[in-house]
Every structure is written in structure tokens, then in C-alpha cells.
Design a protein around this ligand. Structure first.
Ligand code: URP
Ligand code: ZN
Ligand code: ZN
Length: 459
């Protein structure tokens, strides 16, 4: 059935126009004023509302065996949470560990999503070791449409790679035209600092940040950049949290290194005092890199406004209160992660656009378009144009609400952003022309999401 979204303010990067959007067979076929539709078309009145391209979260964890447990969402719960929050595509980190076979891991991650996600999705393939079969396995994975890799410089002996493996991964990625995303913290320093703090009897969640100080992330970011410089590969720093690491990335960029930067919602909005709260309240705010001293947030927002931080993801990774308590005797055992897939767009709108830190153009770019461009999804996703998938968010800027675990769709028993006011929310969300959300409720079809096949673009 055709769909007509009438009389909205259509916001894309570089343009804001009032008009109508007409959709046939999952695709936008016309954009204009006073468009006609057949009598059986579904009509959505967007008068007084903004219409955005479907938002893209470039960094999520859904299926994740990690720190002696599993992240809590399934693709059923995670995709519904994403959609209610306006995210119509997410890119999940496929994370087999060093002892797993990469190809088997890739098939396992795909099987967890297939037929389960209500929104479209893709994967970044983690390279957690580089052995003799790695190159041929990665070639198969890229040929299957997964055209981005992930490496961890942190998480020694689990996901982490050493410098030799990083070099081999980047060198292969350059040949294949694949972008490499990276978690940049020095694994050895983290391990040593953790042991030192524990030996001093410092066991609570407030010691997580001191065990991974800013300099540890600065070093990881700088080293990743140096390896990019010497392999000519293209890199993307995930969840960059602080000024020092930002400087390392931007210094490299100014030398011509092809390095892109993502920040995530927790680092933009929460500071380390959240993780210093006593007991499990602090544990709920443990992630890596850690929440930082508040002064970093201003620098991150400024860089985001300027576009030197290009994208905002979530690093969505839910662990419930019981799981967080695995670390009650030692911060080293607290499962790392703060979920946010449902809140990202609304919080970025409220604390970015409404507070005057971001204009609408940069908001759409950071939360949708730039990720589509970097990860081979554009112009199918990330914009509103004839021929693009009809992933659309009709946004109600008059809505007022408060983030609350009680109302969330994410499978978790708390929300790290609890109580934060929001100034808008999606009124209608479509995925390839089908209405999946109306005013905070999932009304669509479960399992409708497709895996998005992507071509390498970073030669
Ligand atoms: O604390 C985090 N970030 N958990 C998820 C795994 C990762 O490092 O992205
Ligand atoms: Zn990470
Ligand atoms: Zn992550």
C-alpha cells in the first residue's frame, strides 16, 4: 500500500523544506507540495512536525557474551526499543572472542538477528586475532556484505588484539577498501592499573575510571592513528570520551590521516560522578572508556558541533542490576556497558538542538547521514530522497516527557539516564514505508528487519 506523509518540515543535511513525501513499495518515489495519493493510500498528517530520515545507530551490542555474562537485549527487544526512539537502522558489533572461530562467530551473530529484528541492521565484524585463516575468512565476510571491521585495543586476552594483529588487520582493510572501527585504550596499562588499585584495597565502582585514565585512551587513540598513517587505511574511533583522546585523533587528522570520530551519549551527558555513586548505583554507570570528569563534555559538544566528532552512537550494552552486582567485590568484574538505543535521538535533540549546542543540520548528520556515508549505506539510508528507503521519522517537538525505566522497551531494570527531561519524540516511525511506531508505541511487524549488505568504499 502507498503511504503519503503530508505537510511536514522535511529536514535533511543541507535542506529544510515544507512538503509531502510519497512512498511506494518501500521506497520514496516523490517529494513535493500538494501531492495526490490514491484513495487506499495511508495518509499521515505531519503538519507542525519535523520529518527526519530514519536515524542510524552505528554502535550497538545486542548479542554479546562478555564479562562472564550476556548483554540483556535480543534483536526483538533491542529493535523495538530502537524504533520507539526513532532509530530505524543499527550496526551491531559482531564480537566473537579470541578463542572463537571468526566465521562461525559471524554466522552465529547473523542467526541471532535473522527474522527477529523489527528494524534494518548491519554488522561491524570484530577481528579479535589474526591467524592463518583470518584473511580468507574476512574476505568471505566482506563479500557477504559486511564492509567494516572492529578491533579492540582493550580487553586483553579476550577481544583485544596486539599491535601486530592491528597492523595485519589495517593492512588487509586497506586492500579491501574496508573501514576499521576501534576501541582505543591501552590494554596492558589497564591490566596493570587494575591490579595496583585492587592491591591497595580499592574495589568499588569509583575506581573504574582511575584504572583507565584519560592518558590510557589518549595513547590508544594516538597509536591507532599512527598505525592508520603507516598502512593508509581508514579508521573510526568508537566511543571517544575525553579531550586528550580527541586531540590525539584531531592531530592525526590534521596530518592527513584518514581517521573519523564517534562519541556516544553517555560521554556527552553523564560524568564520572555517576559511577562514584555508592554500590550498585555506581555500577550501573560503569562502561569503557569510563565516564569522565565533567569538563570533557564541553569539548565533546564543541567538536560535535564543528563536525570533528562526526557521529553519535550509543554503545548500547544492557546489563541488569543483578548482572552489575557480579562486580560487588571488585570493579574489575562489573559488566561494562550503559544502554541507550531508545534514548539517543530524543536526548540528542533535547540536550543538543533544544539547548542550542547543535543545529538541526548537524543533528541529522551526526545521528543519521554521516554514519550512512561512512559505512556504505548512503543514499539508501541516511537521507530523504527519491529512490531512498522510506525510513522516516515524523518528530513531535511539542512532546514533553522524562526518561524512565518503567516506560522503556529495552530489556533492562534500570535506565542510566533516569529522570532526564526530553523535549520531543517520534510521533510516527516508518521502516521501508511501513509504520512501525506511533507515539511511543510499537504498532508494527516484528521480525521485518533486513540485514543490509554494504560494499567497501574506503580504497
Ligand atoms: O563498556 C562498554 N563499552 N561495553 C561494551 C563493549 C565495548 O567496549 O564497546
Ligand atoms: Zn568498546
Ligand atoms: Zn561497544
Amino acid at each position: 500500500m502507498a503511504l503519503l506523509i503530508r505537510n511536514g518540515e522535511i529536514v535533511t543535511v543541507g535542506a529544510r523544506v515544507h512538503g509531502d513525501i510519497y512512498v511506494e513499495n518501500e521506497t520514496i518515489t516523490r517529494i513535493g507540495k500538494n501531492l495526490e495519493a490514491p484513495p487506499d493510500a495511508e495518509i499521515i498528517d505531519a503538519t507542525g512536525k519535523l520529518v527526519f530520515p530514519g536515524f542510524i545507530d552505528p554502535h550497538v551490542h545486542i548479542y554479546l557474551p562478555f564479562m562472564s555474562t550476556f548483554a540483556k537485549d535480543t534483536h526483538e527487544t533491542g529493535s523495538i526499543a530502537a524504533l520507539v526512539g526513532g532509530t530505524t537502522t543499527y550496526i551491531e558489533m559482531c564480537c566473537p572472542n579470541r578463542n572463537d572461530d571468526a566465521l562461525e562467530g559471524y554466522q552465529l551473530w547473523k542467526s541471532k538477528a535473522h527474522g527477529k529484528s523489527a528494524c534494518d541492521y548491519a554488522f561491524h565484524m570484530s577481528v579479535t586475532k589474526f591467524v592463518k585463516e583470518t584473511e580468507s575468512q574476512l574476505r568471505q565476510i566482506v563479500a557477504d556484505g559486511t564492509a567494516s571491521f572492529k578491533i579492540f585495543l582493550a580487553y586483553k586476552n579476550f577481544f583485544g588484539v596486539d599491535d601486530g594483529e592491528m597492523y595485519q588487520t589495517l593492512e588487509l582493510a586497506k586492500r579491501l577498501g574496508v573501514i576499521v572501527t576501534a576501541h582505543c585504550e591501552n590494554a596492558e596499562l589497564v591490566a596493570r592499573l587494575q591490579q595496583k588499585l585492587l592491591a591497595e584495597g580499592k574495589t568499588g565502582p569509583e575506581w573504574h575510571e582511575p584504572s583507565r585514565p584519560e592518558s590510557v585512551e589518549e595513547e590508544g587513540t594516538g597509536r591507532f592513528a599512527t598505525f592508520l598513517e603507516n598502512t593508509l587505511a581508514t579508521g573510526y574511533v568508537v566511543h571517544l570520551s575525553c579531550e586528550k583522546a580527541l586531540r590525539a585523533a584531531l592531530d592525526a587528522k590534521s596530518r592527513g590521516v584518514k581517521i573519523h570520530v564517534e562519541s556516544v551519549l553517555p560521554h556527552l551527558l553523564l560524568d564520572k560522578s555517576y559511577a562514584e555513586r555508592p554500590g550498585v548505583e555506581g555500577m550501573k554507570h560503569v562502561m569503557s572508556p569510563p565516564l569522565r570528569a565533567e569538563h570533557n563534555q564541553g569539548s565533546l559538544w564543541n567538536a560535535l558541533r564543528a563536525g570533528s566528532i562526526e557521529t553519535v552512537g550509543t554503545d548500547h550494552c544492557p546489563f541488569d542490576t543483578g548482572q552489575k552486582l557480579l562486580g560487588k567485590d571488585s570493579f574489575v568484574s562489573i559488566p561494562n556497558g550503559i544502554p541507550g538505543i531508545e534514548e539517543r535521538v530524543n536526548l540528542l535533540y533535547a540536550y543538543g538542538v533544544k539547548r542550542g549546542r547543535l543545529d538541526l543540520d548537524r543533528f541529522v548528520d551526526a545521528a543519521s547521514t554521516r554514519a550512512a556515508k561512512l559505512f556504505g549505506l548512503f543514499p539508501r539510508k541516511g537521507t530523504i530522497a527519491v529512490g531512498s528507503d522510506a525510513d522516516l521519522v515524523v518528530y513531535d517537538t511539542n512532546y514533553r516527557g522524562v526518561v524512565s525505566a518503567k516506560a522503556q522497551h529495552t530489556n533492562n531494570d534500570y535506565n542510566g539516564f533516569e529522570g532526564m527531561p526530553i523535549d520531543g519524540r517520534p510521533s510516527v516511525v516508518t521502516v521501508r514505508g511501513k509504520v512501525q511506531v506511533r507515539d511511543g508505541k510499537f504498532v508494527g511487524e516484528r521480525g521485518r528487519g533486513k540485514m543490509l549488505k554494504r560494499e567497501p568504499t574506503h580504497f
